[in-house]
Design a protein around this ligand. Structure first.
Ligand code: HEM
Length: 369
């Protein structure tokens, strides 16, 4: 997908660096402890808004608060169990419970937001050279031929897809990585050592160019977190296009199937050494299992033609944010709670968040005047 190509991801670097810089400054100023879950959700949201729409719905405005709530409700509805999807004759239950009405309301609120963004993009079209995604699509529409027509609804659908695919997933991965690091001080210390040694103390905020040096342990930590906490634990539902036999079961064409990436990542057959433990070193010594869809024992981004096209985009945000959060601060839990006692309960939904927000105290480590 052109919009998520490596070149395009690189071109959005300034927005990522600026937003991560703002996050770090905010953490420096906020009263302790900080609500990392909320801050990381805002970060992912703002980065995607800037790359998709060319602007964010800034913190502190009513539009921002409304938009943030809309997105949370949208994700909740996407992950909710809809009786009618599984037993069509019971669709009336969705009307009775108010589920359909909520879906209609949130869909129309989102449509309003996207309509506004399309109008803003149209007004910008003649002026701007570095284009957010929506402008790229509008330009494509303007230049489109008979053979390839992209209409307004299509543009809104693509942007919505990026939005839904890219915000909650990215912030969930960040939230779980910080949780695991705080819960495992040995791993946190080792990662801090890598970042503080390789990046040095001279700069206050880490930029993407500073990550050019091989940061092996950072990569292992992300891999281990996504194994234990795939942000979309059941991937996207798929329909069988032909009859097949899977593990001895006959599965007819047309059956809806769900893939349990969460279960696969913890399966003792593929992960024989303490599959439930957070241990990034399991990926050393020749274990090169990667998460990009080639190794079926680790598929948090799906695999094949419909696998996630946003992997590079997500990793760019996650690596930069983690490098800054971990290098610049020493973290501890409020009220003297020890890291190993941190509650790690998951909550059910399309994306799998922490049930309780992650609150933590940042102690400044890097202080460049
Ligand atoms: C840690 C972050 C992310 C995770 C874990 C993730 C995971 C996934 C998964 C599991 C799917 C469905 C694949 C399947 O069923 O085989 C998917 C699809 C998708 N993702 Fe991601 N994603 C992430 C970040 C992103 C980002 C940042 C973007 C865009 C900016 C994005 C855009 C999309 C799109 C557009 C699809 C739909 C692809 C299609 O239907 O063909 N994702 N993602």
């Amino acid at each position: 997908m052109h919009l998520l190509s490596n070149r395009k991801v690189l071109s959005c670097r300034a927005a990522r660096e600026e937003e991560v810089g703002l996050l770090i400054n905010r953490i420096r100023k906020d009263a302790e402890p900080v609500n990392l879950s909320e801050l990381l959700s805002c970060l992912a949201n703002d980065v995607i808004c800037r790359t998709a729409f060319g602007r964010k719905y800034s913190i502190g405005t009513t539009a921002a608060a409304g938009h943030q709530d809309q997105l949370a409700e949208f994700m909740e509805l996407l992950g909710a169990f809809s009786v009618g999807d599984f037993i069509p004759s019971l669709s009336w239950v969705n009307r009775l419970t108010g589920f359909d009405a909520r879906v209609d309301r949130v869909a129309s609120q989102f449509d309003e937001l996207l309509e506004g963004a399309v109008e803003e993009g149209l007004a910008r079209l003649e002026k701007q050279t570095t284009a957010p995604f929506i402008d790229v699509l509008l330009r494509l529409q303007k230049d489109s031929s008979e053979a390839f027509r992209l209409d307004r609804e299509g543009i809104k659908a693509v942007i919505l897809d990026l939005f839904v695919g890219g915000t909650d997933t990215t912030s969930t991965l960040l939230e779980w990585t910080m949780s695991e690091l705080i819960k495992h001080p040995r791993v946190m210390k080792k990662l801090q050592e890598e970042l503080r040694t390789k990046i040095g103390r001279e700069i206050e905020t880490v930029h993407e160019a500073d990550l050019a040096e091989e940061l092996e342990y950072l990569n292992l930590v992300i891999r281990e977190t996504i194994r234990l906490h795939p942000p979309i634990p059941l991937l996207a539902p798929r329909e069988m296009t032909q009859d097949a036999t899977i593990m001895g079961y006959d599965v007819p064409s047309g059956t809806m199937i769900m893939t349990n990436a969460w279960g696969i990542g913890r399966d003792a057959k593929d992960w024989p050494e303490s599959p439930e433990a957070f241990w990034p070193e399991r990926f050393l010594d020749g274990n090169n299992v990667d998460f990009r869809g080639q190794d079926y024992q680790l598929i948090p981004f799906g695999a094949g033609r419909r696998g996630c096209p946003g992997i590079s985009f997500a990793l760019a945000v996650v690596e930069l944010a983690l490098a800054n959060l971990v290098r610049n601060f020493d973290w501890e839990l409020p009220d003297g709670v020890r890291g190993e006692d941190l509650d790690m309960t998951e909550c059910v939904g399309l994306t799998m968040h922490r049930q309780l927000p992650l609150l933590a105290i940042p102690n400044r480590y890097i202080t460049v005047d």
